[in-house]
Design a protein around this ligand. Structure first.
Ligand code: NAD
Length: 334
């Protein structure tokens, strides 16, 4: 494996699960998290990691050239999660998405090139393909992102691949379906609905709830990223999916059941602008590397609800006022 792995955005939802997985694998010399601790990151997400002697946390921004150069230089692999990840926020603050997601990625790639990093995994999303009304998107399909978040991720994917082609940086790009699981920020649809229902508040559903998403447990996503870190071929893109396809209406039904609530708690509101009807990917390529998603949606959802029930201290302070909390509940994800 690798001696020293740098995980950017490791205090966020998926990054923190990946750090847990990497430390448990026990084959890595040092694991460093570089994270700016924006509103989306929390040091508490890394609670267990701090017990490991070979874990280190660096508080800093991926757009800080000098810091990035110093930190990347101490590692032989980079797994890059750090990003602005919420679609709805990208409508009002697109500049921040360009700065972190595009410029920040380029600054990391530059440092990786200078220091001869042996593997750079760039973590991306199915949203870069844009809406897929029927069928599935495969890795060489054109990118047709619709919203600023997805456009910034598409730009960062292309930047990462250009550093492979131009400079030989050993980049792999992963594109995952929607993730769910414990520790996700309650601005995203599953934790937003769960936390509001647990508090007895109503939730709002965009349009008629007909939008279709694939739901992948965060630990399955992390398995896929680890597979790519170990076995991925530089310059290649790997879709990561194999979760459960649900309309938002079906998803809401399952969340209501898991939270002992009913449709009386749901209000239908006008659809969000540019709300892609469906995302779907062909994930055959990564299964050839040995990737096998194992989490069943019903169990994963039950475990997730249980986590939010048991940890109100972690999410209650983050909830917005009742009348607005439902609005961004849509398909915003990372
Ligand atoms: P998140 O918002 O929970 O975490 C993002 C982390 O990045 C936070 O800890 C934040 O503090 C950090 N960060 C933000 N800006 C930074 C900066 N300028 N410098 C350093 N750190 C910074 O996001 P997530 O849901 O864990 O997503 C992680 C990655 O996975 C993102 O790149 C996202 O695009 C991608 N992704 C997410 C999903 C999903 O469903 N959540 C699906 C596919 C891909």
């Amino acid at each position: 494996m690798w001696n020293n792995v740098l995980v950017t955005g490791g205090a966020g939802f998926i990054g923190s699960h990946f750090v847990t997985r990497l430390l448990a694998a026990g084959e890595v010399g040092r694991v460093t998290v570089l994270d700016a601790l924006t509103y989306a990151g929390s040091i508490h997400n890394l609670g267990e990691a701090f017990l490991a002697p070979h874990f280190r946390f660096v508080h800093g921004d991926i757009t800080d050239h000098a810091l990035v150069d110093a930190v990347v230089g101490e590692h032989d692999a980079v797994v890059h999660f750090a990003a602005e990840s919420h679609v709805d926020r990208s409508f009002s603050a697109a500049g921040r998405f360009v700065s972190t997601n595009v410029a920040g990625t380029q600054i990391l790639l530059d440092a990786a090139m200078r220091h001869g990093v042996r593997r750079f995994v760039h973590v991306s999303t199915d949203e870069v393909y844009g809406p897929v009304p029927t069928g599935v998107a495969s890795e060489d399909d054109p990118l047709r992102p619709t919203v600023p978040y997805a456009a910034s991720k598409a730009a960062s994917d292309l930047m990462a691949l250009s550093y492979h082609r131009t400079f030989g940086v050993p980049v792999c790009v992963t594109r995952s379906a929607n993730n769910y699981g414990p520790r996700q920020h309650p601005e995203k649809i599953i934790p937003l609905f769960v936390t509001r229902l647990l508090k007895g508040h109503p939730v709002t559903l965009h349009g008629r709830g007909e939008h279709v998403r694939h739901w992948l447990h965060v630990t399955d996503h992390c398995q896929g990223i680890e597979v790519v870190l170990r076995e991925g071929v530089p310059g290649e893109i790997y879709n990561i999916g194999g979760g459960t396809e649900l309309t938002n209406r079906e998803l809401t039904e399952r969340i209501l059941r898991a939270c002992d609530a009913d449709w009386g708690a749901v209000e239908f509101v006008e659809d969000r602008r540019c709300n892609d009807l469906r995302y779907a990917m062909d994930c055959t390529k990564i299964t050839r590397l040995g990737y096998r998603p194992v989490r069943e949606f019903a169990d994963g959802l039950a475990e997730t609800v249980e986590w939010y029930r048991a940890h109100p201290d972690r999410w209650a302070p983050l909830l917005r006022a009742p009348q607005t909390a439902g609005a961004p509940a849509g398909e915003g994800k990372g």
